[in-house]
Design a protein around this ligand. Structure first.
Ligand code: CP
Length: 327
């Protein structure tokens, strides 16, 4: 029997956004097209549309964040929603209140959506299973499991630069083992029909089951970057590492850090991406991070339109009739 995807309602529409895995290409393209229509909002004199007026959106960040939290808040405000940023360290959870009791109290305040970041894999899924049926939950990063809106803003950035996904070669470099971003990117890239997804890194930072995701694995970056269209660099997630998985940061940069010399192996018009935060001199040199092929800050800007798209789709609202680049 086919397992019900908790993210979808009975009509097959997105109700929660917890994971890219298991979602159809059509749903992902729908998010990208909706995001395309929202890019014009930032150019308006009043950078707002009334789509989510009267809705209350709660940011629940149990882990630090700069990009995700602030772009979610801006996106919600540009949709005219009311926003609440729960300060976890000063909330009553510090007095022993359970997560579910906290959620029940926020529900009693008539909230409509929870945006959740948590160090525990599966946290957003757990919350989605326990909230009232009218509430939507968005996973803003759970442990090393998934970061679906990051993956979608990365897909949006790739599509804006490269057009169609077919024929692209995309390399993801670094700490795949601890990366929720890499996992979501791989599912998004393969669902959207990218020809070749390469994963590059030391054996200790690539999980054993990675090949089963349909990617090609390289341990030599000079081989792996050959002729790729897109290079996605990842941070070493030291906060999730236990034991000695690496020689030293200096050695890591020599072997896997993206320098202008290594980037020259990729196609001349290859774009360089990074979900952030970047660690200069560890996984990427400043020359590359600030160089002409870098689209790292563009990814951050695109995060607003993509998060507006996801929130409005979950709330059943659509904006304009415009469609983005054709697939
Ligand atoms: N990319 C990303 O998730 O960054 P933050 O941790 O700053 O949100």
């Amino acid at each position: 029997m086919k397992r019900h995807n908790i993210q979808l309602n009975e009509a097959g529409e997105l109700h929660h956004f917890l994971d890219v895995e298991g979602l159809k290409r059509e749903l992902l393209v729908n998010i990208l097209d909706a995001a395309e229509s929202f890019t014009s909002v930032k150019a308006q004199q009043v950078k707002k549309v009334p789509l989510l007026r009267g809705k209350a959106i709660v940011n629940l960040f149990f882990e630090p964040s700069t990009r995700t939290r602030n772009t979610f808040e801006l996106a919600a405000k540009r949709l005219s929603a009311d926003t609440l940023n729960v300060n976890i360290s000063t909330s009553a959870t510090s007095k022993g209140e359970t997560l579910l009791d906290m959620l029940n109290n926020l529900e009693a305040m008539h909230c409509d959506m929870f945006v959740v970041r948590h160090a525990q894999s599966g946290a957003a899924h757990f919350i989605a299973q326990h909230v009232a049926p009218h509430i939507s939950v968005i996973n803003a990063g759970d442990g090393s499991h998934a970061h679906p809106t990051q993956a979608m803003l990365d897909m949006f950035t790739i599509r804006r630069h490269k057009g169609a996904f077919a024929d692209l070669k995309v390399a993801i470099v670094g700490d795949i083992l601890h990366s929720r971003v890499a996992r979501s990117q791989i599912h998004a890239l393969t669902t959207l029909g990218v020809t070749e997804v390469r994963v590059i890194g030391p054996k200790t930072l690539i999980p054993d089951d990675t090949a089963s995701l349909g990617v090609h694995i390289y341990h030599d970056i000079w081989e792996g970057l050959r002729d790729v269209d897109v290079v996605i660099m990842l941070r070493l997630q030291k906060e999730r590492m236990s034991g000695a998985l690496l020689p030293s940061e200096h050695e890591y940069f020599k072997l896997y850090g993206l320098s202008p010399e290594k980037l020259a192996i990729a196609k001349p018009d290859a774009i360089v991406m990074h979900p952030g935060p970047i660690n200069r001199g560890v996984e990427i040199s400043s020359e590359v991070a600030d160089g002409p092929q870098s689209v790292i800050l563009e990814q951050v800007s695109n995060g607003i339109a993509v998060r507006m798209a996801v929130m409005s789709i979950l709330m059943g609202q659509t904006f304009g009739k415009e469609k983005g680049a054709s697939e």
